[in-house]
Design a protein around this ligand. Structure first.
Ligand code: A3P
Length: 274
């Protein structure tokens, strides 16, 4: 998190997202090494440059599949760092894919695949930088086959599962943060060696609640605030998934993640069974 009076990376990213107009899928997406990315904010040049990217010692790195709580944890870390430093830090959030988990501490945020899919479908609809699907059923087909931006949810978790025992990587779930925020925040702040008092934990909790972030979303995310802060709930998938779709995800989960550490952490039976 850098402090600067110039436009932050995050502000430049939001400017781009605001100025993008919905056009065809071919114009909005491009394929890099077999995975789709939004062409208004990613480029081949950027991915090339990332091959030699070096993070600074004080960078905090977050890894999430889309729609699993990125903006939530960014705000949490912003509040924690501001509190520890006793001054407001400028929120800078470059969207990078980072491929070397050995280097620095990385906080991974995961969410159950069914809610992530619903959130992603709605995000595609409301985000000018992404094409709109005519129906949930069409989106679901692409989601389940990993034919959406940033690729397959399942491949993503499988890849990160390889790093789950790395001391520099810590995983938390969207659901645990919803259900017991203080415990999860304590884990996060201790992981980054930014310990908080009970009082500070309460303050961060109230400043990063869904209601509070949604209220401030026009300041933080401009006109697209509503797209980033939609419902913030667990279980919204039950409103759109058909039984068949639900079973399809169950089968994928079984095939890819059952018995893995991240699979266990997701508490699939509790959050993803009809
Ligand atoms: P929904 O679409 O289900 O509401 P990301 O930031 O990775 O794009 O994730 C977006 C999802 O996180 C959205 O889910 C959004 O509402 C939810 N979210 C953002 N801030 C939140 C908060 N403070 N509490 C709970 N959910 C939050």
């Amino acid at each position: 998190m850098a402090q600067s009076k110039q436009k932050t990376n995050r502000e430049m990213l939001l400017d781009t997202l605001h100025s993008t107009k919905k056009t065809s899928a071919e114009d909005l997406l491009f394929n890099y090494k077999g995975i789709l990315y939004p062409s208004t904010i990613c480029s081949e040049e950027m991915f090339g440059a990332l091959e030699t990217f070096e993070a600074r010692d004080d960078d905090l790195l977050i890894a999430t599949y889309p729609k699993c709580g990125t903006n939530w944890v960014v705000q949490i870390l912003h509040e924690v760092v501001s509190m520890i430093k006793n001054q407001e830090v400028v929120l800078d959030q470059p969207m990078i894919e980072f491929g070397n988990p050995q280097m620095l501490e990385i906080l991974m945020v995961i969410r159950n695949p069914k809610d992530a899919a619903i959130s992603f479908f709605n995000f595609y609809k409301s985000m000018p930088a992404l094409p709109t699907y005519e129906s949930w059923n069409l989106f679901f087909k692409d989601f389940i086959h990993g034919n959406v931006c940033y690729g397959s949810y399942f491949d993503y978790i499988v890849e990160w599962n390889k790093h789950v025992d790395d001391k520099k990587v810590m995983a938390v779930t969207f659901e645990d943060m919803k259900i017991d925020f203080p415990t999860q925040l304590k884990k996060i702040s201790e992981f980054f060696e930014l310990p908080l008092t009970e009082e500070q934990i309460c303050t961060v909790q109230s400043r990063t609640s869904f209601t509070s972030m949604k209220e401030k979303s026009e300041d933080t995310h401009g006109k697209l605030g509503d797209a980033f802060f939609r419902k913030g709930q667990i279980g919204d998938w039950k409103n759109l998934f058909t039984e068949e779709q639900s079973k399809e995800v169950d089968a994928k989960f079984q095939q890819y993640l059952a018995g893995t550490k991240l699979g266990e952490l997701l508490n699939y039976t509790k959050y993803c069974k009809m």
